[in-house]
Design a protein around this ligand. Structure first.
Ligand code: LLP
Length: 415
C-alpha cells in the first residue's frame, strides 16, 4: 500500500503535507502512518482465516511505545529478544500472554523477569538456556512454558547478515539435537513444553525457503507426537520481505495459503513474528539537504540524517527509495550520492542515485524506513537520535521527542 502521494506536486502522507511536519518538528525525523500499520497488520491477520493464530509483532523492528500500543489495540502480541523489549511491550499494553521470547543470549535476570511476567513462552535456543530456565522456574516455584527453536538448515536466500536458519548460524538447534532436548525437557517438572519455533531469516522474497523449513517442522512435530510430546503452538517466526526496489516478495495472503496448506490439519495455534512486513513501508525518514557539493564531477547531496539515524544502507548495502517533497514535471534529473554528516565514508543513504536537481534547504524522504530504522539508530558522532511522528486520522503527533544534548551526557560521570 502506498500511503504517500503528490498532490499538485506537494508530497502528502495520509492527507498531511509532509512539509508541515518538517516545519514544526524539524529534520531529521521519522514519520509513520497509522493507517499503513493497520493495513499491514490486517493483511497478516486476515491471511489465516482457517487456522487459530496470533501475530506476535517483532519489537526489534520498531519498539516505539505508541506503535506497539497501536498494534496491541489491533490484537497484536509481541516477539521480544531482551528484557528491555519485554519492558517496552508490557508498558505499551501488550498482554503478557501474547508475548514470546526469542534470542540466543537470555540472561538469568531476563529469564527471571520474563517468568515473573508470565509470558506465553520462551523459545529456547540451547541446552544451557533450557537449564537456566529450569533453575529459575524452580526458584520461582513455577512451570516455565517453553518451545524449542529449530534450525532447519534452509538457505533463506537473503543478505548473509540477516540469514538465521543455516547450520552455520548461531540460531536455534539442529533437528536431531532439538528432539533430544525435547526429551530432556519432558523429564523436567519445572518446564511445560508448549510448542516449537523456527525463524530462518529476514527479508525473504520467495516462499520456497519457508516451505522447506515448514516441511522439516512437520516431520519433527510428527516424530515428537509419536514420542508423546504434544505441542500446542507452532511459531513460524517472521521474515517475510517487502519491496524496497524491484523485489517481488509474496503477499501475506500467499504466505498464509502456504501456512494453511501445511498446518491446518494439525489443530494447533500458529504464531507469526513479522516485523518488517508490518512496519517497514509504514514509515519514512524525513531529511533536509544541507549542502550540495561536487568532487571531481561526482555530486553529493549532504543531508542532515546520517548512518546513525538509518544504518541499513551502509550495513546491508540496502536500497531505500528517496523522493523529494516537491516534484514537478519540468525538473531536471541528475545522479547523486546522498550522504550524511558523519565522519565515515560509509555514511550514505544512497549511492549513484537518480534524483531531481534540488537545492540546498530542500527536503527529501527515505522510504520504507519504518522497520530497523529508528530501532537501530545510535548516538554516533554525539548526534541526538531523531524524533518520531505518527500520522493518524489526518493529523500528526509527536510520539518520541528529539533527544537533547543533556540526554547525550546524562549517564556520564566526570572524574
Ligand atoms: N523473529 C525472530 C526470532 C527474529 O530474529 C526476527 C528478526 C524476526 C522475528 C522478525 O523478522 P522480520 O519479519 O522483520 O524479517 N536489522 C536487519 C533485520 C534483522 C532481523 C533479525 N531478526 C535489517 O535491517 O534488515
Amino acid at each position: 500500500m502506498d500511503f504517500l502521494e503528490y498532490n499538485q506536486g506537494i508530497l502528502h502522507c495520509d492527507g498531511v503535507a509532509v512539509e508541515e511536519i518538517a516545519q514544526t518538528i524539524h529534520t531529521p525525523c521519522y514519520v509513520y502512518s497509522a493507517a499503513a500499520l493497520t493495513h499491514n497488520y490486517h493483511a497478516f491477520d486476515n491471511a489465516l482465516p482457517n487456522i487459530p493464530h496470533q501475530i506476535c509483532f517483532a519489537v526489534k523492528a520498531n519498539g516505539n511505545l505508541t506503535i506497539l500500543r497501536h498494534l496491541a489495540n489491533l490484537g497484536a502480541g509481541a516477539d521480544i529478544v531482551s528484557g528491555g523489549e519485554l519492558y517496552k511491550a508490557l508498558k505499551a499494553g501488550i498482554p503478557n500472554q501474547k508475548i514470546v521470547y526469542s534470542g540466543v543470549g537470555k540472561t538469568t535476570e531476563e529469564i527471571r523477569f520474563a517468568l515473573q511476567s508470565e509470558i506465553l513462552m520462551f523459545n529456547v535456543e540451547s541446552e544451557s538456556e533450557l537449564l537456566a530456565i529450569q533453575a529459575e522456574a524452580k526458584q520461582q516455584h513455577k512451570r516455565a512454558p517453553i518451545s524449542i527453536r529449530v534450525n532447519p538448515d534452509v538457505d533463506p536466500q537473503t543478505h548473509r547478515y540477516i540469514a538465521t536458519g543455516l547450520k552455520e548460524n548461531k540460531f536455534g538447534l539442529p533437528v536431531e539435537k532439538a528432539i533430544k532436548l525435547y526429551h530432556q525437557a519432558a523429564l523436567m517438572p519445572e518446564l511445560e513444553i508448549c510448542g516449537i519455533a523456527c525463524h530462518i531469516g529476514s527479508q525473504l522474497t520467495s516462499l520456497q525457503p519457508f516451505s522447506a523449513a515448514f516441511d522439516r517442522l512437520l516431520e519433527m512435530i510428527r516424530q515428537l507426537e509419536q514420542d508423546n510430546i504434544l505441542l500446542s503452538y507452532i511459531d513460524l517466526g517472521g521474515g517475510l520481505g517487502i519491496r524496497y526496489k524491484d523485489e517481488t516478495p509474496p503477499a501475506p495472503k500467499e504466505y498464509g495459503i502456504l501456512i494453511q496448506d501445511k498446518f491446518s490439519g494439525l489443530s494447533k495455534t500458529i504464531l507469526l513474528e513479522p516485523g518488517r512486513a508490518i512496519c517497514a513501508e509504514a514509515g519514512f525518514l524525513l531529511t533536509k539537504i544541507i549542502y550540495i557539493k561536487e568532487n571531481d564531477g561526482k555530486r553529493f547531496y549532504i543531508v542532515d540524517a546520517g548512518m546513525n539515524d538509518l544504518i541499513r544502507p551502509t550495513l546491508y548495502q540496502a536500497y531505500h527509495e528517496i523522493i523529494p517533497l516537491r516534484l514537478s514535471p519540468d525538473m531536471e534529473w541528475t545522479t547523486v550520492d546522498v550522504a550524511g554528516p558523519i565522519c565515515e565514508s560509509g555514511d550514505f543513504l544512497a549511492k549513484s542515485r537518480s534524483l531531481p536537481m534540488l537545492k540546498e534547504g530542500d527536503l527529501i524522504l527515505v522510504k520504507n524506513s519504518g522497520a530497523y530504522g529508528f530501532s537501530m539508530a545510535s548516538n554516533y558522532n554525539a548526534r541526538p537520535r531523531p524524533p518520531e511522528v505518527l500520522i493518524k486520522d489526518g493529523a500528526y503527533s509527536l510520539i518520541r521527542k528529539r533527544e537533547t544534548f543533556d540526554q547525550l551526557i546524562e549517564n556520564e560521570i566526570i572524574l
